[in-house]
Design a protein around this ligand. Structure first.
Ligand code: OSB
Ligand code: MG
Length: 380
């Protein structure tokens, strides 16, 4: 039987869309961010700017301009949004009706999430409520976590972990890749025996690497994120059977159905939910509900978003089931300055507070937007 999920947000009617614009920005990173397949030196983001009844809302597509994390890019997302998603939205449709139309478009989760975010934030703004309230949630203190990219040297890595520990991040994730694996994890664990530590391989390994993955069991890691291919769920179940450490799936989970498959096969014991990767906030809530029913913790991943996408991830983490710290870090660790205010900061206990106010609770600074602007195009 299909997993039943009903929620008031499915019955809300987004306000009619008036002007719609694509805005591309490029923000340089303070430190290049490396995963197994690629190093990014900036965040180039596709933003959707939508007006309705005197409100203006911004939505960030989490895709990068390249397909090194998953297959969608900012270019494919813009195409799908403009030519297949926006045209099916008619005034007066409920979110459930809109998502039923979106379901006819296969894949392209990041494009769908971009539009869904805009609709929900517009509804929240027009109702004068924060996004998490529209999702039926109460305000909460949000846990923090940091994702440290692949470094040139072990010393660079240790310095980055030290900085995160000093900031009181609730857990530290280090990226690993072939050749920068067991020895690098050992070095961090020896220096920081007590921190909540996890690794993320971003698909770099195969079943042949099982001996190496078994060695990682010695380090008391909170989890091993996405060791094998994005396109595989079954093989992860074989590896999970051999490990004490929970596997967490990221790239392999693109929908509720993928999550159900992974849980049924025992492919992971934790799921990373990136709302963009799974097609939006509502699909994220479905996955969180399924996982909660099965006693599987979830947490919010990140895509090095600007303050727009980061705010969405913060609101999402008020949803039941998000019991582990996410990849939600301070703005200042990515960018010298961001296009959105207020910046994300950690309090003295490492927590993040939800930006106050209706919608996302953030606003875009026009000068900074212009400074980092690549292009703007009105599409309606
Ligand atoms: O695998 O979680 C990932 C960033 C870009 C692409 C993939 C990933 C990441 C991160 C960074 O780990 C998360 C963040 O700080 O936003
Ligand atoms: Mg990941």
């Amino acid at each position: 039987m299909a997993f039943a999920f009903d929620h008031p947000v499915l019955h809300c009617i987004p306000p009619p869309l008036e002007q719609i614009e694509f805005v591309t920005v490029r923000l340089p990173f303070i430190t290049p961010f490396g995963i197994s397949a690629h190093v990014w030196t900036c965040k180039e983001a596709l933003l959707l700017r939508v007006t309705s009844g005197g409100f203006t809302v911004w939505s960030e597509c989490v895709a990068d301009p390249d397909p090194y994390y998953l297959s969608e890019t900012t270019t494919t997302a813009a195409h799908i949004i403009r030519d297949f998603l926006l045209p099916v939205i008619k005034d007066g449709m409920t979110m459930a009706e809109i998502l039923a139309e979106f379901r006819k478009v296969k894949g392209n989760a990041m494009a769908k999430a971009t539009v869904e975010n805009a609709l929900l934030v517009l509804r929240a703004e027009a109702d004068g409520v924060p996004l998490h309230a529209l999702l039926g949630q109460k305000p909460a203190r949000i846990m923090s976590g940091i994702s440290i990219g692949i470094k040139e040297t072990v010393d660079d890595l240790l310095a980055a972990v030290q900085e995160a520990v000093d900031k009181k991040y609730h857990r530290v994730k280090m990226k690993i890749k072939r050749g920068k694996d067991v020895a690098w994890v050992r070095a961090v664990r020896e220096r920081f025996p007590d921190i909540q530590l996890m690794v993320d391989a971003n698909c770099d390994f195969t079943l042949d690497d099982r001996p190496m993955l078994r060695e990682l069991d010695a380090f008391g890691l909170t989890m091993i994120e996405q060791p094998l291919s994005y396109a595989d769920i079954y093989q992860h179940s074989l590896v999970q059977k051999e490990l004490k450490t929970p596997i967490c799936l990221d790239e392999s989970i693109l929908s509720l159905d993928d999550a159900a498959t992974a849980l049924a096969l025992g492919s992971c014991r934790i799921i990373n939910i990136k709302e963009g990767r799974v097609g939006g906030l509502i699909e994220s809530m479905r996955i969180a509900a399924l996982c909660q029913q099965q006693g599987v913790p979830v947490w919010s991943g990140g895509m090095d978003e600007t303050g727009i996408g980061r705010a969405v991830n913060i609101h999402l983490q008020t949803v039941p089931g998000f019991t582990l710290p996410g990849d939600t870090s301070e703005t200042s660790r990515y960018f010298k300055e961001d296009i959105a205010d207020p910046p994300v900061v950690l309090d003295r206990e490492g927590f993040i507070s939800i930006p106050p106010g209706p919608g996302l609770g953030i606003h875009i600074d026009p000068d900074r937007l212009n400074r980092y602007l690549v292009s703007r195009k009105t599409i309606r």
